[in-house]
Every structure is written in C-alpha cells, then in structure tokens.
Design a binder for this molecule. Structure first.
Ligand SMILES: Nc1ncnc2c1ncn2[C@@H]1O[C@H](COP(=O)(O)OP(=O)(O)O)[C@@H](O)[C@H]1O
Ligand SMILES: CC(=O)OP(=O)(O)O
Ligand SMILES: [Mg+2]
Length: 396
C-alpha cells in the first residue's frame, strides 16, 4: 500500500483535497484531487486522477464527521490504494501566535478556535476537516498552514490600526491573508524570474476572495487585507474596505446586529451586491456578452468597473509603499483566466511603465507584457495545496 499525504484546502462553501505520493517529495506527484460539497442531506463527492480523468462522482449519505471516515475508506479501497500518513490543512487565521506551520494538537485546535471572531467566514470552515480527523484518527500527523504566515514580515507601522491602544493588546491589528498562495508564487518567481522575486512586485490574488501583496526583496511588505479577510479589494461577495461610517449607519438606522452585518458585508456585497446577479466572474461576463443594453447589464457593467477601479487604486497605493514597481503577477481564478480584467487593470499603469502584449494576454501566456515594458507582467497559476504539502513534508 502506498503512503500518501492528503492536503485540505477548504473555504467557506467548498472542501477541496489533493492526495500526494509521500515518496515522491521532489516532484510533488499529485495522485488525485477532489471536492466534497456538503448539504443537509449528505455530501456530493467527486475526484479526478492526475490526468484530470474523473475517478468518481457520487452522493454520500454521510454528514459531519462521518464524511472523513468515508473519504479515508474510499482512498484505501478505491483510489490509489493509499494509506494516509499525514494531513495538511489551510487554516485562514493564525493570529499573533502562529507565525509558522504547526503540528496540530488538541491545544492548538483550541487556540485556533478562539480566533473565530477574527474571521467568521473561514476559520471554522478551515478547521472543520482537522477537527474531524483529530477525532477519528488522533494518531495521524496533522499540520496547520496559515494564510497569515507570509505577512509576518510587514513592518509595525503597517500592522497597526489607528484605534485606541487597547485594541492592539487584544490582537486587533492587521494580519493579511492568502499568504499560502503568495508564498507559493514567491518561491515560483525565485525559480523562473529572480528579478521579480527580489524586486518590487505586486502579486494580485484574484479569486472569490481577492487581495494584493507588495512583495519586496522576496518578502511581504504590505497587503490589502488586514485584521480580517473583509478588508481591501472588492470581492465576489465581500465589500472590501469601506467607510466605517457605513457600519455606524446600518447599526443606527437599520438596527443591524452582528449577524446582519456579517451577512451583508461578507455574503451579500461585492460583485454579487453591486451586480444584483452573481458573485461569479464567469457568469457576469457571459450575461454582459449576451445582452449589454438591459438594466441588469448596466448594473453588471458597474460592478465590473468598480472591481477594476478598486484594484487600480490599491495597486497605486502599494506601488507608493514599495517606492516603485518592477513586476505585476496575476493569479487565482480571475487573475489566471480573465484577460479583459488584466487588460483593464494594466491600462491604468502605462505611466508606471506597464505595456501589455495584448495577444500574449489573450493567450494567458506566462509573460503578458511587451519585451520593452519597464514593468514585467506575468500570469502564474497558484498552487496552495503544493505549498501545504511541502510544509507537511518537513514534519515527517
Ligand atoms: N475562465 C474564467 N474567466 C473569468 N473568471 C473565472 C474563470 N475561471 C474562474 N473564474 C473566476 O474565478 C473565481 C474563483 O476563483 P478561485 O481562485 O477558484 O476562488 P476560490 O479558491 O476562492 O474559490 C470566480 O469568480 C470565477 O468566476
Ligand atoms: C482569505 C480568503 O479570502 O480566502 P478565500 O479567497 O478562500 O475566500
Ligand atoms: Mg482560493
């Protein structure tokens, strides 16, 4: 039986996993990957092998913890006859105490639980698989990797919030997220583009959640998310940075409580809120192409313009923080696939030395700027699972 490492990359609504061959650490060979979508009646499970061929697609009656029994059983029986020897997890918030990946113990899980108020959207969702496995397989090595870790290098001034000092003492400072993705891209750049890896580079992680990282000399100097994953750019369903006076208005005029604020700011805003249609970039683009003149399409166009506008604003701010710009890297679902968005973002930075090669951009080439562009613009697929896998190996 083959020893395998399973990596969980869970989000607010989905639970993705990738199974790696433990023996083949140099190549990080992916044996299979899959997704579990939970619903009240059970779970929808599907998995593909490393070639992308569908291995299984089924409905499971199990809910809660039993899903993990079923998953491990399935791996042993049906998949690559793999014996799970370790599990790695993406945990969104590491707070002030967790600055490196850690081996998961009951005490660690307890501490991470306490960070839930810092991220009501992700923390419990990303802890769920680790908790379930800790109950079912307490002997199994489990490693937590944090979205916050990569930003431990941002300077104190950028970490502070201009609030009374008592909040700092409670950990209410800026942390930054998507760090597993940024760490992966930073090490990829070190291999393929040392100039950008050591220069002044902005990495744009644009997925359902979206943020930018100012990478200077290979380290995070600043990022657009802060205390929580609500800050910074406009996102699929999150508003990003807004005037806190709006929250005061909601509380005073609408008697909004915590639950309503979470629902509005995390789940109903962003592309979904402004378009009134969908948080999904593909859906919005398609609807706009079909009928550009309807009232719906006007709102969609406004949502997309605002999305781009916020990215441009924040790229400007991070460029100022770094004292210039040498590189721009697009990654994650939207960053990797949406040529129109990349074009619109880049167009605003010709003054900073960005010249896009439009054909290369359409092809989603690795380099999409012209050879004489002062700023090199790249498209680089992120691989958070691989980054977690590499961290797990260090514990074995
Ligand atoms: N071909 C595409 N063109 C435009 N947007 C895309 C494309 N493929 C995926 N996306 C968008 O990427 C986003 C999801 O990104 P992803 O990185 O997978 O997010 P997450 O990991 O947060 O779930 C969605 O808005 C989706 O519409
Ligand atoms: C931190 C964060 O926003 O993550 P995601 O993009 O998975 O929502
Ligand atoms: Mg993601």
């Amino acid at each position: 039986m083959q020893d395998v490492i399973i990596v969980f990359n869970s989000g607010s609504s989905s639970l993705k996993f990738t199974v790696y061959d433990k023996a083949d650490s140099q190549q990080a060979t992916v044996l299979l990957n899959g997704e579990i979508e939970q619903n009240p009646k059970g779970a929808r499970f599907h998995a593909k092998n490393h070639d992308g061929a569908v291995l299984v697609q089924e409905e499971w009656p199990e809910t809660g913890l039993e899903i993990f029994d079923h998953l491990f059983h399935w791996l042993e029986q049906f998949a690559q006859k793999g014996r799970v020897v370790a599990a790695g997890h993406r945990i969104v918030h590491g707070g002030a105490d967790f600055l490196e990946p850690v081996k998961i113990t009951p005490e660690i899980l307890n501490k991470l639980d306490q960070l839930t108020p810092f991220d009501p959207l992700h923390q419990q969702a990303t802890l769920a698989p680790a908790k379930a496995i800790a109950q079912r397989r307490p002997d199994l090595l489990q490693v937590a990797c944090f979205d916050t870790t990569f930003h431990s290098t941002i300077p104190k001034v950028a970490r502070l919030l201009p609030l009374p000092r008592r909040y700092e003492e409670r950990g209410v400072v800026r942390y930054g997220f998507h760090g597993i993705s940024y760490s992966y891209i930073a090490q990829r750049l070190a291999q393929i583009d040392p100039e950008l890896a050591t220069g002044r580079t902005i990495i744009a992680h644009l997925g359902s959640g979206a943020s930018l990282c100012a990478l200077k000399d290979g380290k995070s100097l600043e990022t657009t998310m802060g205390f929580s994953a609500l800050d910074g750019l406009m996102m699929g369903t999150r508003c990003g940075a807004i005037d806190p006076g709006v929250l005061l208005y909601m509380v005073q005029e609408e008697k909004a409580d915590w639950r309503t604020l979470v629902q509005t700011l995390y789940h109903e805003s962003g592309l979904l809120g402004v378009s009134g249609i969908s948080p999904d970039m593909r859906v919005l683009r398609e609807m706009l192409t079909k009928d550009a003149s309807s009232a719906q399409s006007v709102q969609i166009a406004e949502a997309l313009s605002l999305f781009v506008y916020r990215i441009r604003q924040e790229i400007g701010a991070l460029t100022a923080v770094m004292g210039g710009l040498d590189g721009l890297v697009f990654t994650a679902g939207i960053g990797e696939h949406d040529a129109v968005l990349r074009h619109e973002v880049c167009q605003a930075f010709s003054w900073a030395g960005v010249t896009l090669d439009e054909a290369a951009n359409q092809r989603h080439d690795a380099i999409i700027s012209t050879p004489d562009s002062r700023v090199r613009v790249r498209v680089e697929p992120t691989d958070e699972e691989r980054e977690i896998y590499v961290s797990v190996l260090k514990f074995l």
